[in-house]
Design a protein around this ligand. Sequence first.
Ligand code: GRG
Length: 376
Amino acid sequence: GPPSAADASAQMPYFNLVKSLTSAFPNRYSMSRFHHSTSASRCHSRTQSGEQYSDPFKLGWRDLNGLYEDIRKELLISTTELKEMSEYYFDGKGKAFRPIIVVLMARACNIHHNNSRDVQASQRSVALIAEMIHTASLVHDDVIDDASSRRGKHTVNKIWGEKKAVLAGDLILSAASIALARIGNTTVISILTQVIEDLVRGEFLQLGSKENETERFAHYLEKTFKKTASLIANSCKAVSVLGCPDPVVHEIAYQYGKNVGIAFQLIDDVLDFTSCSDQMGKPTSADLKLGLATGPVLFACQQFPEMNAMIMRRFSLPGDVDRARQYVLQSDGVQQTTYLAQRYCHEAIREISKLRPSPERDALIQLSEIVLTREK
Ligand code: GRG
């Protein structure tokens, strides 16, 4: 379902709520709060269940050895060029954020259900499939946006051209579909095919109309859910279905994934303003250049209503992109978007805390903090 932590039906009051919270507690919600946790301090933490454990990425990778080799096996294609194109992003350069969440969720649900500590083969397949759907959508997205670089290298469309890039994305998606069918569980098939519909609808919403001011925030959150959070939410739900028969657990897994996914995209939108291209491996201020008004712009517009006209014309006049960027950086749009992401992460933690304690459950809690503090 659509976003709930910042209920879309109450978008305008929500702006005011965020505003009053951030001004009432300026230190509590200042940006520095989100940047003081170093990777060293993240490496070994004490969990809520009291154990010492490695960071969530290390814990998740135990079940993901050979992830990219296994994905390449799914892409058994004879044509050399198509093979090269479809394998291009399975080179270990991505963050593998989705597979990590999926295997941690699988273990957390299995432990919750019957104290089994192993990830089932079908659950590991969901981790592969999630990364394949994600990658197919990146390939298509780069065609739509005419993007030249991603993860510090040229995009598929830049190297092989648009037409072949579309086909490479299709091929990755079809290999994911075959792997999904092989799991042989119709509930899991319908959960993960819903993601594909959501991705397409999310991208369509993004292309969409110049909606009026009151609709804008709801539209933004709906788009955020569909283009990013649905994949994480539904992959979490799929492994919970495979690991545990209790619908209450399925809902917890879904809600955790949804809230973390929305927070992840909100921070992605912040990083487009605050990070540099070298760090991100792709150009920044990309959203404004594409005519998109994301969280930081929508919040900034509350402070500087003169941004409205620019939003309506999708930053199309000369100087609009630079001007809008300056407005955002002068406003507290970045801070408020980060605060909103923090609210979604708190909601994710509240949900996952309903599961029986385990190092994996605690790693999922820690992962939501990493989402807030990530720099790329
Ligand atoms: C082919 C299934 C399919 C869909 C077509 C183009 C499209 C519809 C959807 C695009 C969805 C999209 C690209 C959303 C962006 C999500 C996002 C936050 C991407 C960045 O994820 P990271 O940071 O990337 O995890 P890495 O590079 O680490 O994998």
